[in-house]
Design a protein around this ligand. Structure first.
Ligand code: NAI
Length: 339
């Protein structure tokens, strides 16, 4: 189809290509996909395109945005919710549109956070292997009853709120911290508290706030010192919320009793690729893997069929609408049409 937006899709995996293909049936958008991530070395691949479609670990700093602008790109269509990897001020001054998918199945990420809590606690991943090997000993598999425990949810936007709703079903005492409390959650009986109270009181702490200057290394040596001995920390948000060195020290002193991560500060070097025949050079990551009470998944919280459908539909909608001179306010972080 002539005059349809030309899109360069970076960090494209087979499942992205499939779901975008399924939702682009009338070929209103002309997509060229690249498996490589976007950075200063790969930006040149998007010559002669109007839109760059990017994911969580693509680099969209001022240098890359400048280069894309010079090549004629006018729209960065993020196919994710978080935008900590985009220099929004640079995009504004270059007059480039930036859109995202604000909420694609928040329940998918909340359910993954719950899966990390339950797996770390009841050790089903270890039991699975043990039973397959004919070992029916229970030693080392002792868990705790989640019912009645204090669970802290940091950030009660789409995903945090979905987790709160799940946890109410478990009969947990739920402590929340968010600069903008949600009255609907208060009506469910959760306590909005200070971050200090949440940290010092809770048995389980799950992070659901965005990564920004205020939240960078929210979990650090000082905040860890105020927490319960044996606290469980879950991060499905962004790796930079956690000072990994401080967390390793806290695991060694038993301050942290359980750690569940779906994100990692240096994940862009590792995640979404197969490194199984290589020697991984990241010693910090490898140290994390040595702890029996650490469970890491590779940024798969979003990865459900429903979420992939939502991502493809909303991203394609953003691209087509912007090309037609329309932009949905909620989905555009920078909207030159309104400037
Ligand atoms: P959201 O924008 O709906 O909610 C974020 C909430 O955090 C808001 O209520 C906001 O007021 C609050 N907040 C902002 N700064 C805070 C701070 N310093 N301390 C406490 N709360 C703060 O975002 P949503 O959709 O709930 O996503 C949360 C995060 O989850 C995203 O920023 C993204 O990084 C991550 N994410 C991870 C995925 C995965 O696959 N693991 C998938 C999608 C999102």
């Amino acid at each position: 189809m002539e005059n349809c937006p030309r899109v360069a899709m970076y960090s494209a995996q087979a499942y992205d290509i499939k779901s975008f293909g399924q939702h682009n049936l009338s070929s209103q958008v002309n997509i060229t996909s690249f498996e490589t991530s976007l950075n200063t070395h790969t930006a040149a691949l998007s010559q002669n395109t109007d839109v760059v479609c990017a994911f969580v670990n693509d680099q969209l700093d001022a240098a890359v945005l400048n280069q894309l602008k010079q090549q004629g790109v006018s729209h960065i269509a993020l196919r994710c919710a978080g935008f900590n990897n985009v220099d929004i001020d640079a995009a504004k001054s270059l007059g480039m549109a930036v859109s995202r998918v604000p909420a694609y199945s928040p329940e998918a990420v909340a359910e993954h956070a719950l899966a990390l809590i339950m797996t770390l606690n009841r050790k089903t991943h270890k039991a699975y292997n043990r039973v397959r090997e004919g070992n029916f000993h229970l030693n080392g598999l002792l868990g705790f009853t989640l019912h009645g425990k204090k669970v802290g949810v940091v950030g009660t936007g789409h995903i945090g709120a979905a987790l709160v709703r799940l946890l109410t079903g478990f009969g947990c005492q739920i402590y929340c911290y968010d600069p903008y409390p949600n009255p609907e959650l208060e009506a469910l009986g959760v306590h909005y508290t200070s971050l200090e109270t949440l940290f010092s009181e809770c048995h389980v702490i799950s992070l659901h706030c965005p990564l920004n200057e205020q939240s960078y290394h929210l979990i650090n040596a000082d905040s860890l010192a105020t927490m319960r001995e044996g606290v469980m920390i879950i991060n499905t948000s962004r790796g930079g919320l956690i000072d990994t060195g401080a967390v390793i020290n806290a695991l060694k002193t038993h301050k942290i009793g359980y750690l569940g991560l779906d994100v990692y500060e240096m994940e862009s070097e590792l995640f979404f690729r197969d490194h199984s025949s290589e020697i991984i050079q990241d010693d910090v990551f490898e140290r994390l893997l040595t702890f029996h009470n650490v469970l890491i998944t590779g940024h798969q919280g979003f990865f459900t069929e429903e979420a992939l459908t939502e991502i493809a539909e909303v991203t394609l909608g953003n691209i087509i609408h912007f090309a037609q001179g329309k932009a949905d306010e909620n989905r555009f972080l920078v909207n030159p049409l309104a400037m």
